[in-house]
Design a binder for this molecule. Structure first.
Ligand code: PSV
Ligand code: MN
Ligand code: MN
Length: 388
């Protein structure tokens, strides 16, 4: 069985992956949203479910919020609720994709009234951050156009920059703005923040506390994502990850499920670039569990990240560097694949037990009675869903 050095053990022990509150609500596709027994009815119940993932894995110390989906009257109370359950409230995600006014844009809109409304929404999100103690404001914009000639792409970049500048100016202390890109959807011809280069160009003009968010599902098929990870770390602008996996487009499936090797390659570059357990880089999930059980789905996800991190930590950098500098193509590739093919699961199970955690967190969840309890308690009220 693989053994982990004390150094690897302490690196693994320090790892944390932020969970998205929306992963615990009902979700689906544009064809159907599936309902599930025991689904949370409000943000407090979503936080309770996220805390259960952390209790069983010690891997998920914080929960990301989406505003207005997670709007509550008293964010201080939500924060205390989270802290009582041993987690913190993390990234605040804004939402400018579900309001009639934003049909033709929000932060890029040519109508000053609508653009003002979108900026004000972000200022409200920063008020929420002040109450929750969150550091990061994450902005993903569903803005773009469907037809060539439909809009002035260049003027929209200028308005976007002005809007982001106004939002950035409202941040205080260690708060940050993180700008997420996505190559298409909901627009199909042009998107205002389609790629890391555009996100970088926008945030670089704002200041040091403006960063890029890389969602692994937001690239064209075949994109070398680990190259982007390497470049953003080099430039000191990789602010956060939205982890998930996909077969086709923005599928939001369990991270490491579609392409474990890609997750491994990304984590190798994260480690190479000093991004692991670096407070400047937030590791989050952005997933929806349409057909699988939600809490075990999140447990599976954080374990997948942990397993690929452990494999990446086992990479023999010395042997790799030697092979690389000799241009030993096959030798270098063999060293790389040796780490990837190492089955770390038995060693991780044993290590978890040595820390007082269940060797098999998914089995421990099934045996805990938590699912039965929420199914019997959470009757009545409206189940939360992606978008509510
Ligand atoms: C957009 O596709 C996105 O990745 C953004 O992060 C949103 O906030 C999130 O999905 C909502 O699920
Ligand atoms: Mn995302
Ligand atoms: Mn997405």
């Amino acid at each position: 069985m693989t053994t982990f050095t004390p150094e690897i053990q302490s690196t693994l022990a320090a790892q944390g992956v932020e969970l998205p509150s929306w992963a615990f609500g009902n979700s689906g596709t544009r064809f159907r949203v599936w309902t599930t027994e025991g689904t949370p009815r409000d943000p407090f119940e979503k936080i309770a479910d996220a805390a259960e993932v952390n209790r069983l894995t010690a891997l998920a110390p914080s929960v990301a919020l989406h505003i207005p989906w997670d709007k509550v009257d008293d964010f201080g109370a939500l924060r205390r609720h989270a802290e009582d359950l041993g987690v913190t409230l993390g990234t605040v995600n804004s939402n400018t994709f579900q309001d009639e006014d934003y049909k033709f844009g929000a932060l890029t809109h040519e109508d000053d009234r609508i653009r003002r409304k979108a900026i004000d929404h972000h200022l409200e999100c920063i008020d929420v951050m002040d109450a929750t103690g969150s550091r990061d404001l994450k902005i993903w914009l569903a803005e773009g156009s469907n037809y060539p000639g439909q809009t002035d792409m260049r003027a929209r970049q200028d308005r976007l920059n002005d809007s982001l500048g106004q939002i950035y100016a409202r941040l205080t202390g260690d708060q940050r703005l993180v700008l997420e890109y996505k190559f298409f959807e909901p627009s199909f011809y042009h998107t205002d923040v389609p790629d890391w280069g555009t996100s970088y160009a926008q945030v670089a003009t704002l200041g040091d506390r403006a960063m890029v968010c890389l969602d692994t599902g937001h690239h064209a098929p075949g994109t070398n994502i680990e190259f982007i990870v390497m470049q953003l770390l080099r430039l000191g602008r990789l602010g956060s990850f939205d982890f998930n996996s996909r077969f086709y487009a923005d599928d939001d499936l369990i991270v490491g499920a579609a392409d474990p090797f890609q997750l491994f390659r990304i984590l190798v570059e994260v480690i190479r670039g000093g991004g692991l357990n670096n407070p400047d880089v937030a590791f989050m999930l952005d997933q929806c569990h349409n057909v699988e059980a939600k809490i075990p789905g999140q447990i599976r996800s954080v374990l997948n990240v942990q397993e690929m991190t452990a494999r990446a930590l086992l990479l023999d950098h010395e042997a790799l560097a030697t092979a690389q500098s000799a241009n030993d193509v096959l030798g270098a590739q063999a060293v790389f694949m040796d780490a990837f093919y190492t089955d770390v699961r038995p060693a991780l199970a044993q290590w978890r037990e040595s820390r007082g955690l269940p060797a098999d967190p998914i089995a421990a969840y099934a045996a805990s009675g938590y699912q039965e309890r929420i199914e019997s308690e959470r009757v009545g009220g409206v189940q939360a869903g992606w978008g509510a």
